[in-house]
Design a protein around this ligand. Structure first.
Ligand code: PLP
Length: 490
């Protein structure tokens, strides 16, 4: 219960460390009455600090981003949007939300931003329905000479409702790197509309724009989705927009994974989705390094529809999280974020190069972004689950991941996805990345399957890998000002 006291005993510059002081004070306060929660936070901090976080979708947010969520903004209902609320007393939430919107707009050069989605999945849901309302419902209501959907008879409403499920959504297949919300059978996205998918070239692993165009022209989707959860290459959004225009689709780019690379201007020209897409959805917590949440950017013509996310599909927004998003957007406007985004890619490419120098083949033969995909079945005779659990046991977290046409199915998988955003935040650079590739390679090449979910290595290899991983972690501590010795259970 003395987290703050211990810190202050050795802190030479209190002014400089107000974030750490606030963080430790909150831990002290929680630990007084809620030890189970305080201990879980401590354990999470220790676990994140003591592992090589190579999960491509995770990062480490700043203490300022975290602290902005811990205040009474959470107590406020604010359905609607700034200047147009369904609740009274929203002036200060208006200030927060407007600031977040304006900062997002200037960060991404977008015509409009909507910062209310609670997650990336919510952002996609709002985007899908905004397109359906703009392109299917609104013209149908107008054709009936009615002012709004509320003025329709039940029969008229039912006729329009049925039209929604006839529409098509075209996105990258899940096993080729698409996301569940891009039309997977287990997700709502394939149940509210007909979902069709494009894949990747079986030889190169790359998106084949000709194939996308053929499918798009045949299926005439209402929505064309570009974006991914595990595709290690860039997407040409100018080409995607051309295809969308040709088949009459609205182009939705889901940049959940690479928003930070766009914000940091590491992806520019045809690889920056904002100028080309009608709508861009995102998470704020992956490469963008903000709080857990969603974001939508759109062209002016979609603004009135996107801004109705609440009450249409969402409940009240989370004002404390919008405050935190605003801080993360501001942080991403700092010139240092450009260097960060560039380093994320450099780190991924260094890993890729090192693996390749050892004869490991990579899906698509390399990476242009923050992640790489290794077929561990082909390279090491392990399924994804066996590789994932072995690396986890050594303090190195990676995701098992499907590869195109995965022979091991979606549960065991044949691949692992390795991402660099979190370790780059922690200060890891090329030299450390080479070391990490060496460690992973040494471990995976020695591993022997032991059942479907486990694999084993000799004690020798295990202790060497553990020692090397610990050394890397100790050299680049997470929140270095907070001493591990102080983090004792309450
Ligand atoms: N879109 C993509 C491309 C993603 O990778 C993810 C999450 O992994 C999401 C959407 C969903 O984000 P969330 O988990 O915040 O709902």
């Amino acid at each position: 219960m003395n987290f703050l006291k211990n810190f202050l005993q050795t802190c030479a510059n209190v002014e400089k460390h107000t974030d750490t002081i606030a963080y430790l004070a909150s831990l002290d306060h929680i630990s007084k009455n809620y030890p189970i929660i305080a201990n879980a936070i401590l354990d999470e901090l220790k676990s994140q600090r003591n592992s090589l976080k190579l999960i491509a979708s995770e990062n480490y947010s700043s203490l300022a981003v975290q602290l902005a969520m811990g205040n009474l903004l959470t107590d406020k209902y604010a359905e609607g949007h700034p200047g147009h609320r369904f609740y009274a007393g929203c002036e200060h939430v208006d200030t927060v939300e407007s600031y977040a919107v304006d900062t997002a707009k200037s960060l991404f050069g977008a015509e409009h931003a909507y910062v209310q989605p609670h997650s990336g999945a919510d952002a996609n849901l709002v985007a899908f329905w905004s397109i359906l309302i703009k392109r299917v419902e609104t013209p149908a209501v107008e054709a009936l000479g009615k002012k709004s959907v509320a003025a329709l008879t039940p029969e008229e409403f039912e006729t329009i409702r049925q039209e929604f499920s006839k529409q098509k959504l075209l996105g990258l297949a899940l096993d080729c790197g698409g996301h569940l919300t891009h039309g997977s059978r287990v997700n709502l996205s394939s149940k509210m509309m007909k979902a069709v998918s494009y894949g990747v070239d079986p030889k190169t692993g790359l998106i084949d724009y000709k194939q996308v165009e053929e499918i798009a022209m045949r299926e005439k989707p209402l929505i064309l989705i570009a974006g991914y959860s595990s595709y290690p290459r860039l997407i040409d959004f100018a080409k995607m927009r051309e295809i969308a225009d040709r088949c009459g689709a609205t182009l939705l780019v889901d940049m959940a994974h690479f928003a930070g690379l766009v914000a940091g201007k590491a992806l520019v020209g045809n690889f920056d989705p904002v100028p080309f897409a009608h709508i861009v959805t995102s998470t704020t917590h992956k490469t963008l390094r903000g709080p857990r949440g969603g974001l939508i950017l759109c062209k002016e013509e979609f603004k009135p529809f996107i801004d109705k996310g609440c009450p249409f599909a969402l409940g009240g927004p989370l004002p404390h999280v919008m405050a935190s998003k605003a801080i993360s957007f501001k942080e991403a406007l700092d010139p240092s974020f450009k260097a960060y985004a560039k380093q994320i890619i450099e780190n991924a490419q260094t890993l890729a190069k090192r693996f390749k120098s050892k004869g490991v083949s990579l899906i698509t033969d390399g990476t242009d972004n923050h992640l790489l995909l290794i077929d561990v079945q082909k390279n090491f005779g392990l399924n994804g689950r066996q590789a994932e659990s072995l690396l986890s046991s050594l303090g190195c977290t990676v995701n098992r991941n499907s590869i195109p046409n995965d022979p091991n199915g979606a549960w065991y998988c044949s691949g692992i996805r390795i991402g660099t955003p979190a370790l780059t935040t922690r200060g890891f650079k090329n030299e450390e990345m080479e070391k990490i590739a060496d460690i992973l390679y040494d471990v995976l090449k020695e591993a022997k399957p032991n059942g479907m979910a486990e694999s084993v290595i000799s004690e020798n290899v295990r202790s060497r890998a553990k020692r090397e991983i610990d050394e890397l972690l100790q050299n680049k501590p997470l929140y270095p000002e907070i001493k591990t010795g102080d983090l004792v259970h309450v």
